[in-house]
Design a protein around this ligand. Structure first.
Ligand SMILES: [Zn+2]
Length: 279
């Protein structure tokens, strides 16, 4: 029986052992080490997906400039999307053809206690989906849901996993480390994490037919609180949202993809108002 393909979005801050910017930013001291950890966690879920019966896997590099995953180290059976300029960002490539999505190396939301927590960019202090605080994982689950694709697996620290579970309770959660602080954690060994990821991926694919798709009630309201008011003001140079208060805008719509694209546009516009000294 043909099962279908699995979509894998891979970030870096939620990898086991990762606790510091020096481990996840290109050019920094430990970045190359953590590129290898990223490959190993990714290959583990790929292995599990195929063992569960998937007949294809698409991997989307979803961290920073999105040039982290080395194709020469990746499982030979998959395809890889690399590069930053892509409309769906961390969810580029997802469409109706996938049986489920995996989120690997995911981190928790801005203003949270999780390791290296943030939401999309440093200029967002908090995002809310229909009034509930939302992480990148939650927003990406909405994008997958737009295409009928449920989240089958989420891996990261305990906060990253539980945040996604608030909207995707069926997703297999793999807590690879326990955050102690935004910059410290108790991590599992890489080989143990690989085995847990492989097993969870296999189980997720086997149960994919019963996974619930996340689709937030309509109208969808995506609220974005910026770190300072000038960013919110600049985001409204295009008629894509409304101002809620000094630092906050609200994007409302019935179509999840339209809401998401306006969110991306708002972040892009807002970032042009960032001051190099005062933020
Ligand atoms: Zn990242």
């Amino acid at each position: 029986m043909l099962m279908g393909r699995v979509f894998v979005s891979v970030d870096m801050e939620g990898l086991t052992g990762a606790v510091s910017p020096s481990q996840v930013l290109p050019g920094r001291a430990d970045y190359e080490r953590f590129r290898d950890v990223m490959i190993r966690e990714t290959n583990a879920v790929i292995r599990g997906a195929f063992e569960g019966g998937a007949d294809g896997v698409l991997v989307n590099d979803s961290h920073d400039g999105m040039l982290n995953l080395k194709i020469e180290g990746l499982d030979e059976r998959v395809e890889l999307i690399s590069g930053y300029h892509k409309p769906l960002s961390m969810m580029q490539g997802v469409d109706r053809g996938f049986i489920c999505a995996f989120f690997v190396g995911y981190h928790s939301m801005a203003s949270g206690e999780g390791v290296l927590s943030h939401t999309m960019t440093g200029i967002v202090s908090k995002a809310y989906l229909n009034g509930v605080p939302a992480s990148e994982g939650v927003i990406n689950a909405m994008v997958g849901g737009h295409f009928g694709v449920p989240v089958g697996l989420v891996a990261g620290d305990q906060y990253a996993v539980s945040e996604v579970h608030t909207v995707c309770p069926d997703a297999k959660g793999v807590v690879v480390k326990r955050a102690i602080d935004r910059y410290s954690a108790l991590s599992q060994s890489l080989s143990r994490v690989e085995e847990e990821l492989r097993g969870a991926a296999e189980a997720a694919v086997k149960s994919s037919a019963s996974l619930r798709v996340y689709s937030p009630p309509k109208p969808i309201t995506l609220t974005v609180e910026f770190t300072q008011s000038s960013l919110a003001a600049r985001a409204l140079y295009a008629p894509i949202a409304r101002r809620v208060d000094g630092r906050t805008i609200e994007i409302v719509g019935d179509d999840a993809l339209d809401v998401y694209m306006r969110f991306r546009a708002a972040l892009g516009l807002a970032s042009t108002a960032r001051d190099p000294d005062y933020g």
